[in-house]
Every structure is written in C-alpha cells, then in structure tokens.
Write a protein that binds this ligand. Structure first.
Ligand code: GLN
Length: 532
C-alpha cells in the first residue's frame, strides 16, 4: 500500500486537544488494521523541551531511546501502539540546528541557505523518516501551535509542498473552536471561517474540519461552516467537551464516522472497528464502586499538565480497581502539618528537580511510613523516601541528597561521580530505557509478575550503594537493580502495607486499556487501606 499522511493543524485558540484528537483518530485507524506512526512537529526554537520549565510547558515525556519530548507523545502512547522514538518528534530548534550544521560542513556547496527550500526540505525528510522508522502505512502528523503564528509558517509551507507532491496520499484536518456566546444564545462560526481563510492563504485546503465546542453543532451550523470554508458538509464534525473522561473522544469520533470519512478521502478500505474494549473501559469509568483520594505532594501543581502522565496512570489504576479517583494537590513549598496532610487514602511524590519543596516532601514520606499509609515515590519521590528512611530509621539524621545539600555528611543520594570519583559521568542525565532485575518475593515482583523489566529514566542522582547493607539490614528492601551499572532502581519499606519508590518513570508506560502494574497495585493498596 502507498503510504498515507494525515496532518492536523489548529486554529482560533491553542489547547484544543489536537494531540489527543489525533491519537484518537490513530487508534481508530489501528483498529481498522492499518499500521501507523505519529509525529509531533513543534514550532518553538528549543532543541527539545528538556530544559523548559514544567510551569510553562507541562510535563516532559521521555521515550525508550532517551529523547525528551512534548507531552503529546504521552497521548500517542496511551491511545495507540505507535512506535515512539527520536523519529516521532522534531522542533524548529532541531531542524535549524541540522541545517546550520550541514551549512558549516559545507554540504550546501556555497549556495544561499534559506527557509525555503532548505528548512522545508528538512521538515519533509523528517515526515518521511518517521514513516520509514515506524514501517507505517499511515503517518499522522501534528503541527504544534495555532494557525497565524509566525513560527509555524515553515511547517505549514512544508506540508503544503508535501501534499502538492502526493495529492492522493495526504489529508489535512483543521481543528477549530466554535464558541457558544451566552449573550447571543448561539454558537459563532466566524473565528473558524477566519482561521480557514488564513490556512487557505498559505495554500492549504482542509479536507476535514473538527470543531471543538461546548454544545453539539446543529446541521445548519455545519452547513454554514461547510459553505464558508469550502469543505463538504459530510466532512464537518464536532467534538463536544467530554463529560467524564478524555477516553470518550475516540468513541465520539467513531460515532460520527470520522474514521470512515478519512478512509474514504484517502481511498482506503473502510473496515469496521471493534471498540468493545474501550466501551467497557468507559462503562467502568461511568459506574465506579466508590471514590478514593490520592494526595500528590509536589511543587508544579498549579499547572494542570505538569504531571500529566502521572495523573493519567493513576486514573488507569483506579479504573482497573473500579474506583473514581480524586486528586488532592498538596503544595510542598512549605512543610505541611499533619492536619494538612491527613485525609487521603494514599500519597504520591512525583519527579522533580531542585531544593524547593524538598523538606515538605520528606514530611509526607515520614507521615506515610509512620501511619502505614500507601506511598508511591517516583524518581525524586523515591529519593525522598530513601532520605526519610535514612534520617529516621538508619539513625543518620543528617542524611540527604547532594542535590539539596552538597556537603551533607551522609550522601545517601548522590551523583555517580561523587560516589565513585569518575569525572565524566557526573551531572549527565540518565535518560531512556534501562533493564531492571526484580527481587523475588518483593512487592515490585508481585506487581509485574516477571523478573526482568524495562523502564524509562530521566534523572542525575542515584542511590549510594555505600549505604546498601545498612539499609537492607534495617528494613529497606532494594528490590530492583540495574545489574550492569549496579544501580538501585526500586526501594520498598518492608514493614509497611505499600511503600514503594522507583528511580524510573513508570507513568510513561501506562495505558487505560493496560494500566501500569505499579499504579494498579498502588491504587489497590489505597482501596484496601480505605475498606480494610
Ligand atoms: N532531581 C532528581 C535527579 O536528578 C530527580 C529527577 C526526577 O525526579 N526526574 O536525580
């Protein structure tokens, strides 16, 4: 089959959920039997979002091959089986970097290097490369940002050319916002008309328009959009705000036949799709047995996307247990009192960097250990758990991570070069997938049901093996080891219902249809705590 390409652009406002929508469409196409690959193109100039503040940009998602990417790749993972790697993401920063390096090497043989064709060619190469790497029949490409942004112009020009070169194999989806004006008592299509006009002025004709809206759009409204935007009536769809869960989106799109419309336009067979797994999932979401409350102790809690994958993975665990999950944000900036902490069925300390909020997180771990309340520590959250244990159980009151206190007497968490005096390793981030061997009889082993696992990392500091013997003797089970590097990946408090810390990020590998074992077990422990 000739490979097909689907592009999604956004208009009117940002945050329309393009990534989630494209992932839903990709899932429907996968269910029709096509192999897919997904690519996120980000117009910003950062080479990757690794250095961007989570307050501003939300979570950094990490792939197996250790690339720090945009959080939309998390949606791609949760909805599809699309292979995710370095080939699934590109920013303007990377693209310019590649072209400029080539220019410095003299590869352009003295030619003037320009946005068109050099930058646009590089963008087109990356689109094809993503399909090649993923061996995909259909490549789905999300263009970040909103139509009208100066930064996105080279990307739009590239996809215009791409389609010009393969008119039969490309499809453009434009996602817009159709606001409901209370005062007027009706929805307004003008912003959509304007954003499609802007698209057309740069030579892109949308094939499909997806309208985000608070209310279902009437037939007349869809006709109006069709006429003014030059798109057939049967290619105008609405995507109404979901009631309970983002996992409704694929079902909503299927109901309107978005998948069939896409296949028809691309001359693909419109095989039926079996969504029973997703329907069951939604049924479980809509009919929970009860509610459990998890406290998240962190410092980026004001930004709703800063811990995106952690929140999603918690929901997956709760759906599996048949419960509705309530998340309580506990700011760790100032040390929370016992009263401020009390009231949750379990606590999770997610990843993080820097000293701010550190002592507050230690307090939360202390509270959970003493009161025997389920605790799940992820990355920094494991380091918190270990330091608390060292201070209060190992009898090392000044134990700390050297990230927080360089000159600590007991650096139980520290950089590898501080531990072994190897110069070059210090300060480099451990990124991407590493194998891990689990100790039989541990909670981790019980959760995974297997001895060897692979999980993704994004951190610099490590458990200091100098304290291993003492920690184990006093009841901290080091239950997961990266053997080759002799690094501790999982720690568990033995005399406790469920207190587990992991040096990796399990949240990146959880799906609603296949919850991550540790999140599933953590939620189960919370349910047991609540109901005895
Ligand atoms: N700051 C810690 C480290 O670098 C933890 C990082 C994280 O939680 N992702 O090791």
């Amino acid at each position: 089959m000739q490979r097909k390409y689907i592009f999604i652009t956004g208009g009117v406002v940002s945050s329309l959920g393009k990534g989630l929508t494209l992932a839903s469409i990709a899932m429907l196409l996968e269910k029709k039997g096509f192999s897919i690959a997904m690519l996120k193109l980000d117009p910003y100039l950062n080479v990757d979002p690794g250095t961007m503040n989570p307050f501003e940009h939300g979570e950094v998602y990490v792939t197996d091959d250790g690339v720090e990417t945009d959080l939309d790749l998390g949606h791609y993972y949760r909805y599809t089986t699309s292979p995710l790697s370095r080939a699934s993401t590109a920013t303007s920063g990377q693209i310019y970097d590649t072209v400029i390096k080539r220019e410095r090497r003299g590869d352009y043989l003295g030619k003037t290097v320009q946005v068109i064709p050099h930058i646009t060619d590089e963008i087109k190469n990356r689109i094809v490369h993503c399909g090649d790497v993923g061996v995909a029949e259909i490549v789905l490409v999300e263009i970040g940002g909103t139509i009208g942004d100066i930064e996105s112009l080279p990307f739009l020009e590239a996809i215009r050319q791409f389609r010009y070169e393969r008119p039969q194999d490309c499809l453009n989806i434009h996602m817009t916002y159709v606001p409901y004006l209370k005062a007027a008592g009706e929805v307004k299509t003008k912003p959509t008309q304007h954003s499609v006009q802007t698209l057309r002025s740069i030579g892109i004709l949308p094939d499909l328009i997806l309208c985000r809206s608070e209310v279902n759009l009437s037939s007349e409204i869809k006709e109006k959009i069709s006429l003014f935007c030059n798109v057939p009536r049967e290619s105008v769809f609405d995507e109404v705000d979901v009631n309970t869960s983002i996992y409704e989106v694929p079902l909503m799109l299927r109901k309107q036949g978005v998948d069939d419309a896409i296949c028809k336009r691309l001359s693909l067979p419109t095989h039926p799709v079996d969504l029973s797994v997703w329907e069951d999932l939604l049924d479980k979401i809509l009919h929970p047995k009860g509610t459990i409350t998890v406290g998240i102790v962190g410092k980026y809690l004001d930004h709703k996307d800063a811990y995106k994958s952690v929140f999603e993975a918690l929901h997956h665990g709760a759906i599996a247990a048949g419960y509705k999950l309530q998340i309580r944000a506990i700011e760790s900036d100032k040390i929370p009192s016992q009263d401020e902490l009390a009231g949750c069925d379990g606590y999770l300390v997610p990843g993080g960097f820097g000293e701010r909020g550190w002592e507050g997180k230690l307090e939360a771990a202390h509270y959970c250990r003493e009161k025997k309340i389920p605790y799940f520590g992820i990355c920094l959250g494991m380091q918190v758990m270990v330091v608390e244990f060292a201070r209060n159980v190992l009898g090392l009151p000044s134990a700390n991570s050297t990230e927080m206190e360089l000159a600590t007497r007991d650096p139980i968490i520290s950089l590898l070069n501080e531990q072994e005096e190897i110069e070059e390793k210090g300060g480099t981030m451990r990124l991407g997938a590493y194998p891990c061997l689990l100790r039989e009889g541990s909670r981790a082993h019980a959760a995974y049901g297997t001895k060897s696992i692979s999980e993704r990392h994004r951190h610099r500091y490590e458990f200091n093996n100098k304290y291993k013997a003492l920690a184990e003797e006093k009841g901290l089970l080091l239950s997961g080891i990266y053997e080759e590097g002799n690094l501790c990946e999982i720690a568990e408090v033995k005399d406790h219902p469920w207190m587990v810390g992991v040096q990796f990020h399990p949240e990146f590998k959880s799906r609603p249809t296949d919850p991550h074992p540790l999140f599933r077990e953590f939620v189960q422990a919370m349910v047991e705590k609540k109901h005895g």
